[in-house]
Design a protein around this ligand. Sequence first.
Ligand code: ZN
Length: 229
Amino acid sequence: MSNVSPHDTRSIIDLLRGVQDFNIRVFPEKQDLFSDLASGQSPHTLFITCADSRVSPEMITQQQPGAMFVLRNIGNIVPAYGEMLGGVSAAIEYAVLALDVRHIIVCGHSDCGAMKALLDPEAHGLDGMPTVASWLRNAETARAVTAAIHPEARGAQAVAALSEQNVLLQLDHLRTHPSVAARIAEGRLLLQGWLYDIATGRIGVFDSQTRSVQTVDAVLDTLRDRDIP
Ligand code: ZN
């Protein structure tokens, strides 16, 4: 530990104290839940979001452990099927076919570093990060669409517009995965696109028909009218 700076030590102490707090205070309160989860999982949702440290899927949806199978990467990206058969494709196939999730959420967020890097690769040092640059090519179509429909957008406005297009593009990519396409055809799987605003905590939900963004309240009203007698 001789090369560890005091700042690094503070971070690891903070993490370990968090584990202590979890073990002593939180875990006993949820003993029954963890006993149930000890022998298997049955999540209802595959939640795909950015690896950004400010996005906390369970916190923003107030879900307990076991409810969501979470898949995170830079830019909440889903490569189209066959493009890159790696961890993302495997996780999707497993969640859909083995875990039988009923929903897939693709959740983008405000101030996304991946979107900023797509808009200005040089300023964000993509030249020196070939792996990141290669990964972000899976969102290049969203950048092209954003430039076409919002040519005047700059700064935060451009990042927000690109984040929207990126969520829509990744939903399109999801539908190219055989397991996803088959379950949608059977009416057993719903896809939804979300945008999380870090500054306000608000989430916008894409309407599946119009592809416009709606509030959570509006979507809940629609679902109530449709599904609950
Ligand atoms: Zn991000």
